[in-house]
Design a protein around this ligand. Structure first.
Ligand code: NDP
Length: 253
């Protein structure tokens, strides 16, 4: 288990769900580095669970100053960064996804800021702290391909993530920095508890299980394994594209 031995990684949103699953998979392969999030309690718990080779850095990915601070602190502690996973995103706190008649300009901006603008600037602010030959993984979503009611803005932001992976790969070619998108299907994480009332949680998860050809929701560790592949030399010739880890969800109509 040494595919990422001594590689320095930053995983935004590594204090929960998919991000934590990626951090665990990286740790098992020998990586060191930082996880980030805004919630200090879960950040401390998650960093402790990862052991002494990982630190937690508090930061809001929609703040340019916080992004700068995340990469500077990581590089000060571990040296230049080899792997960046841009994972923080999803639901804007207290602002459920909504259909067009319920969307305000502020709602639109906050979803785009969290799910697209923050991804672009996570990459930009990391650049002076990245090693040449680094791997950048942008977490997309099957929602980029498979529409659902009320999810137009989120789906559009995640579709743009795939385009960012393509375009940024070309921008960063001279430094041999690879940028790829990794798009999960329905993954069993705390996000469901943020959008579904407790009494409907199991029912909603069952719907995702029923419509996913693989017959289950994914686990954060499923995405962790795919992220190890994209972070490591095993994927050295994979540049500016998207890998879906969705149990076949996007193949059904
Ligand atoms: P969680 O809600 O479990 O985790 C979201 C993470 O993002 C948390 O670590 C949270 O930390 C962080 N975050 C949210 N807003 C901010 C912010 N403004 N600044 C900094 N960090 C922030 O969700 P998932 O693990 O499910 O989602 C992770 C990623 O995977 C997201 O990009 C999501 O869109 C994507 N995804 C998830 C799928 C799923 O089925 N679960 C499917 C497809 C894609 P904190 O609150 O402490 O700031």
């Amino acid at each position: 288990m040494t595919k990422l031995k001594n590689k320095v990684a930053v995983i935004t949103g590594g204090n929960s769900g998919i991000g934590f699953g990626i951090a665990e998979a990286f740790r098992k392969e020998g990586a060191v580095g930082a996880i980030t999030g805004r919630n200090e309690a879960t950040l401390d718990l998650s960093a402790d669970a990862l052991g002494t080779n990982f630190i937690g850095i508090k930061g809001d990915v929609t703040s340019m100053n916080d992004l700068e601070n995340i990469f500077k602190k990581t590089a000060d502690k571990f040296g230049k960064i080899d792997v960046l996973v841009v994972n923080a995103g999803g639901i804007v706190d207290g602002v459920p996804m909504a259909a067009i008649n319920d969307v305000t300009e502020e709602h639109y901006d906050r979803y785009m800021d969290l799910n697209l603008k923050s991804a672009y600037f996570s990459v930009q602010k990391s650049l002076s702290y990245l090693n040449d030959g680094a791997s950048i993984i942008l977490i997309g979503s099957s929602a980029a391909h498979r529409a659902a009611p009320g999810m137009a803005i989120y789906g559009a932001a995640k579709a743009a993530i795939i385009s960012l992976a393509k375009g940024l790969s070309l921008d960063l070619l001279s430094r041999r920095i690879r940028v790829n998108a990794l798009s999960p299907g329905s993954i069993d994480t705390p996000v469901f508890g943020k959008i579904v009332p407790q009494e409907q949680l199991e029912q909603v998860k069952q719907i995702w299980i029923d419509i996913t050809p693989a017959g289950r929701q994914g686990l954060p560790s499923d995405i962790g394994k795919a992220a190890v592949f994209l972070a490591s030399e095993d994927s050295a010739f994979i540049v500016g594209t998207e890998i879906l880890s969705d149990g076949g969800l996007t193949n059904i109509s």
